[in-house]
Design a protein around this ligand. Structure first.
Ligand SMILES: [Ca+2]
Length: 185
């Protein structure tokens, strides 16, 4: 009788204990957890698949502050922001984005997340150091031979990617890319 009476409570407590134990297990990734699943070793690479419609793509890759990284981008499918599929030089859209001159009304430029970067430019950020880590590909050094960008991580923490757009207007973005990230040192 006593056992039956306390059984629901015991089950509850055991479930809670299991959940709490799960939080401490390495590799367990809970929703809203800021801990990235992996950190690259020097010389190691990882590919992630990125969609331009994702307003905050968490790569699950933790950068190490002070380490240098190489980033190669392979564009898949034609990138487009609604009807805009070419930049101001009539080239197919890529990670460098397009000028505000292509917008029907110049004032719209003020609504994009970073006014100092092109529309649709691929942006980087780390929630652990949001101000210092916020950069667009135009801020990075580009190596023509290997067709890759290089940057040094400003702090340790997960790398988040998105294209520079207006919040609430990611649904009309088309295109994806494979992004290869290599830790160089
Ligand atoms: Ca858009």
């Amino acid at each position: 009788m006593i056992f039956n009476r306390y059984l629901p409570r015991m089950t509850c407590m055991m479930t809670l204990a299991t959940l709490l134990a799960g939080c401490k297990l390495p590799g367990v990734h809970l929703l809203g957890d800021d801990e990235p699943a992996m950190t690259l070793a020097g010389g190691e690479s990882q590919n992630v698949f990125f969609f331009t419609s994702d307003s905050s793509f968490e790569t699950d890759i933790g950068l190490v502050g002070g380490s240098e990284y190489r980033l190669s981008i392979t564009i898949f499918s034609n990138w487009a922001d609604s009807y805009i599929a070419e930049n101001e030089n009539q080239e197919a859209l890529n990670e460098r984005g397009f000028s505000n001159k292509l917008m029907p009304v110049a004032l719209l430029g003020a609504t994009r997340r970073s006014r100092s970067h092109q529309w649709f430019e691929l942006m980087f950020s780390q929630s652990r150091c949001p101000r210092e880590s916020l950069r667009g590909v135009s801020d990075l050094s580009y190596d023509e031979d290997s067709r890759s960008y290089r940057f040094t991580a400003n702090c340790s923490g997960e790398l988040t990617l998105y294209v520079n757009d207006t919040f609430g207007f990611y649904g009309n973005n088309m295109g994806a890319a494979n992004i290869a990230l290599t830790r160089l040192n």
